[in-house]
Design a protein around this ligand. Structure first.
Ligand code: GUN
Length: 283
């Protein structure tokens, strides 16, 4: 079997078009949706991510502010900046790009963001709302994966889903969303014994470990849908995911490529969350 290759670029473009329409309506009503993106330090990958986020905002007709600070910015200065953005009526979403430099406590920073502007969905109260089934914002990457599964018409009710990776940003919220949609979910981590036993039983496998080649074709049930959240760079500078694409695409029913799968969806869902924040502020 050769897997269907899921086109995340195309799906993201259609979502961004819908965002642009909603942004135009809000703007006509006098509310220009605004996102502030804060980057501390000069991590090369983070710089690319934030630039892509800001560019996507501009393209969809959202107002965006990119604030870049040197790596030695103090935690107090960052917290003070966040308080100012919390009070800024032209800003509906605030995103602090992670990771932050080691001397800054990321938890404290995330908790300082007003929950109703936390478009990443990382604030503790948003994590709690997601867990209890009434999310205010769904974290962008898992939200994008849910949109992919929806567009592929994957039946989640009663499905067996395995999430490989248990991060707060992807693995845990991903499991919550799949569970809320009726799937039976297992979250695996780096200590899981016999990972292949788990993945081989799954109808849906979502991989977010940051380790290239973590999941291979022999670990996948024929016909399963495989979602690769990883973005890694090979020694020769090419992008690759956490899934061994060559072998898995011979077994899976459908697979997301890297690049062009989940990545574009993450940005599209950030725009959706920002538009929702702006619409709520206008309600
Ligand atoms: N770093 C890697 N992914 C993300 C994300 O989705 N949001 C933020 N703020 N930082 C990240």
């Amino acid at each position: 079997m050769t897997a269907k290759v899921i086109d995340g670029v195309k799906l993201a473009a259609s979502i961004r078009e819908q965002v642009a329409e909603r942004a135009a309506v809000l703007t006509r009503q006098g509310v220009k949706p605004g996102l502030a993106v804060v980057l501390v330090g000069s991590d090369a990958a983070s710089q690319v991510y934030v630039r892509n986020k800001v560019a996507a905002c501009e393209k969809a007709g959202l107002h965006s502010v990119l604030e870049q600070y040197p790596a030695d910015l103090t935690e107090d200065a960052l917290l003070s900046r966040i308080r100012t953005l919390n009070a800024d009526k032209t800003i509906h979403g605030i995103l602090v790009q992670l990771p932050l430099p080691k001397h800054i406590d990321a938890h404290r920073v995330i908790e300082a963001i007003a929950a109703e502007k936390d478009v990443d969905g990382f604030h503790i109260s948003n994590a709690g709302l997601l867990m209890t089934g009434t999310p205010l914002f769904r974290p962008c990457t898992p939200y994008g994966v849910m949109k992919i599964l929806e567009s592929e018409q994957v039946v989640l009710r009663g499905a067996v889903a395995v999430v490989v990776g248990a991060s707060n940003i992807v693995g845990k919220p991903m499991a919550m969303l799949l569970q809320a949609a009726g799937a039976t979910v297992t979250i695996c981590n780096s200590k899981t014994r016999d990972l292949a036993w788990h993945t081989r039983h799954a109808d849906i496998v979502v991989v977010a470990t940051g380790k290239p080649g973590m999941v291979t074709g022999d670990m996948i049930k024929p016909g399963a849908i495989v979602i690769d959240v990883g973005i890694n760079r090979t020694a020769d500078g090419k992008l690759c995911g956490d899934v061994d694409y060559a072998s898995v695409s011979q077994v899976a029913g459908a697979i997301t490529p890297v690049p062009g799968g989940v990545g574009p969806m993450t940005i599209a869902m950030l725009l959706v969350n920002t538009i929702e924040a702006a619409e709520r502020s206008n309600a």
